[in-house]
Design a binder for this molecule. Sequence first.
Ligand code: NAD
Ligand code: 0WE
Length: 263
Amino acid sequence: MAAGTGDRFEGKQGLVLGVANKRSIAWGIAKRLADEGAQLAFTFQGERIEKNVRELADSISSPLVTECDVRSDEDVARVFSQVADAFGGGLDVVVHSVAFAAAEDLEGRFTDTPRDRFWLALDVSAYSLVSCARAAEPLMEARGGGSIVTMTYLGGERAVPHYNVMGVAKSALDASVRYLAWDLGQKNIRVNAISAGPVRTLAARSIAGFTTMEALVEERAPLHRHIDADDVGAAAAYLLSDEARNLTATTLYVDSGYHAMGM
Ligand code: NAD
Ligand code: 0WE
């Protein structure tokens, strides 16, 4: 446990989906949970990032690193069965930090989004939370409850130029959080979202106009500064901990207050 952190996750076990490299928001969250005592399993997508994720996971003594393409029902089923084996049939925490849209759909006009790429974005970025929550349910029930956190963005509630089909996917994700919270509340499983301001990750780096967006945050957010993955880690640790035992179906904004502004 590092200075300034607690020990809220001693004896807790979690699964983290969405680490690509050390800048990933999922890694910011994982570091904080591990620092506070959690034992964490990780999934990665694709051979290209496997080595990255294994090295990061090894640095916090992870017992399980395994591939998961969230578009595949077989992958999701296998992953949760491996998690059950690694963690003695239970699971306390799931971090869902996965999104994808085709690069060409994050520039130009939303109007031009073709049907197949619309469904691709919703499949990876929204439905995957539903399938993971369903697979997590029996494992969390075995622990008497659990907590799930996903990552969202303001572009699901307002039109952010170029966010396009990802905005529609985040809107579906936000609604899924509420319906999952209703279903799983019965089993004492909580489901919440964090709406983060722009963070320079792999998924964000390639976006045209990202620098302009950062300048807008500095100008217009009440705190006039950017957030980083460690800020998200602190907020996620709260939502995932027993301190948030009566919070579910909510969105916590980690965005320097930007969402509250009208200009
Ligand atoms: P990132 O690139 O580090 O993480 C995205 C992850 O999604 C990667 O690990 C990637 O492998 C994974 N992924 C993509 N397609 C997948 C698939 N088919 N199966 C399994 N995994 C898949 O970028 P990030 O910024 O850390 O993104 C994490 C989450 O945070 C996303 O949901 C993103 O929308 C959200 N978010 C990001 C920002 C930002 O500005 N970076 C702001 C708000 C919300
Ligand atoms: O959710 C995101 C980004 C998610 C994302 C990023 C990529 C880039 C690479 C999903 N799919 C892809 N596909 C790729 O090929 N954010 C919240 C960051 C983000 O992305 C934007 C933003 C912001 C903020 C795109 C346009 C405008 C603003």
